[in-house]
Design a protein. Structure first.
Length: 78
């Protein structure tokens, strides 16, 4: 009986500690937008914002300005 309780306690402890592990957080190699490239030279795919041409710094800055103004709640209220 005592041995069964000890084994059950060990099994319970092992089950609780199994959730404490952490997986490696290694970034996969992203070929669409490598991190060492300027942000305005982003990917050319269907997910880019309308009005922005990848590779054009001026349109990138204009797009950020427009996005910042449309997310400003004070501008929307007035």
């Amino acid at each position: 009986m005592r041995l069964a309780l000890i084994l059950a306690g060990l099994a319970g402890s092992a089950a609780l500690l199994a959730g404490c592990g952490e997986n490696d957080q290694i970034m996969s190699k992203d070929t669409t937008n490598p991190g060492d490239v300027a942000p305005w030279k982003g990917p050319k795919n269907a997910y880019v914002a309308p009005g922005w041409s990848p590779g054009d710094q001026k349109s990138w800055e204009k797009q950020l300005q427009t996005r910042g103004q449309t997310q400003n709640e004070y501008v929307k209220v007035n």
